[in-house]
Design a binder for this molecule. Structure first.
Ligand code: NAP
Length: 322
């Protein structure tokens, strides 16, 4: 069923070959010789299905915490202003929170909120024993000093992994709440048994919430990583050498099909206006062996990871062994 939805929303001309078995084909003539035909049938990495399982696991944790302590785990979502995309994202996060049996705490602050006011609100939530996770919705726009705001979130409630302490722990491979998008991507790579040990991964984008922690996690899984950004020279050549390609650039259909090595795994973290990813999906699916669709790939895993990490944070704060 999940694949049916994907076809209607984002896949367009492609067809489902086997909904149960997750295999699927496309009707275009293969670009590669007959012997390579099987690799030419890229497999979708189903973020919705995996996210559903992660959310079910989180709901079970929430129930155990409630039975053991009588406390309902709570996630505070803090939104400044009324950017339509951010309003939608925070609504989706609160909805998933409720579905997992958690208590959403909705904080909305007006456009024009100062750094001091936002830091004060985060500190208030940090001191509230009935709030277990704090999420400040990105992007936090200037003139607010977003770093000052993120640093005000205590490590034990930083379920979105935005503080420098969280990033430092991710780099060192220490236990931490990991930024949710790279954490979700890593779960997808594990779920689909992508061999990372010794693989060459090209990560496009070096933001503190996505590209940087992603590169660190891949290194910790023994991949050789090239971290690319807007100043990188010969980007297509680097990507053509990669076994695993992570696109986190914020530019619609930026990564072209001709950049993808035959058999590479392609992860599209991009989410641009109109449900468009950072990868030219229809072109990249030909050479790729595995690929995430947009929507239905990385996005659902980001939210599921947030909810799961909040359940873990609550368990730790309340002394519940899960
Ligand atoms: P960001 O902070 O704007 O960072 C973008 C990165 O891409 C920067 O490192 C930038 O390089 C690099 N870049 C820009 N143009 C480039 C080019 N021409 N060639 C190579 N690199 C280039 O964005 P972000 O927050 O990391 O998000 C990246 C994408 O992921 C966006 O599409 C966003 O919507 C999406 N996203 C999705 C989720 C989800 O849940 N699915 C969550 C978060 C973000 P410089 O550092 O040199 O400027």
């Amino acid at each position: 069923m999940v694949y049916q939805a994907l076809t209607e929303q984002s896949v367009g001309r492609f067809e489902i070959a086997d909904v149960q078995g997750r295999g699927w084909t496309h009707p275009t003539t293969p670009r590669y010789p007959a012997g390579m035909d099987s690799i030419n049938k890229a497999k979708l990495m189903d973020g919705r299905a995996l996210a559903k399982r992660v959310l079910e696991g989180a709901a079970a944790k929430v129930e155990r915490i409630r039975q053991a302590t009588g406390v309902t785990p709570a996630l505070a979502t803090v939104l400044v202003g009324s950017d339509p995309a951010s309003v939608t994202y925070t609504r989706m996060k609160r909805k998933r929170c409720q579905e997992a049996g958690m208590r959403p705490v909705r904080i909305e602050m007006p456009e024009g909120t100062t750094t001091e006011q936002l830091v004060a609100k985060v500190r208030e939530l940090a001191d509230d024993a009935l709030v277990h996770g704090i999420l400040v919705q990105h992007p936090v726009r200037r003139p607010i000093d977003k770093r000052a705001v993120f640093e005000a979130i205590p490590l034990e409630k930083d379920v979105d992994g935005v503080s420098s302490a969280a990033l430092g722990r991710v780099i060192l491979g220490m236990p931490a709440f990991i930024p949710c998008t790279p954490a979700g991507i890593m779960q997808l790579l594990v779920e689909y048994k992508v061999e990372l040990d010794g693989a060459h991964a090209a990560v496009m984008g070096r933001s503190p919430i996505l590209g940087r922690p992603m590169a660190s996690m891949l290194i910790n899984h023994h991949a050789t990583v090239t971290l690319c950004h807007s100043r990188t020279r010969a980007l297509p050549t680097i990507v053509r050498g990669a076994d695993v390609v992570i696109a986190a650039v914020g530019r619609p259909r930026f990564v072209q099909g001709g950049w993808i090595k035959l058999g590479a795994v392609v992860i599209d973290a991009g989410y641009n206006e109109g449900n468009i990813g950072d990868v030219d999906f229809e072109a990249a699916i030909e050479p790729a062996s595995l690929i995430t669709p947009v929507p239905g790939g990385v996005g659902p895993m980001t939210i599921a990871t947030l909810i799961d990490q909040t359940a873990d944070a609550a368990a730790k704060q309340l002394g519940v062994d899960l």
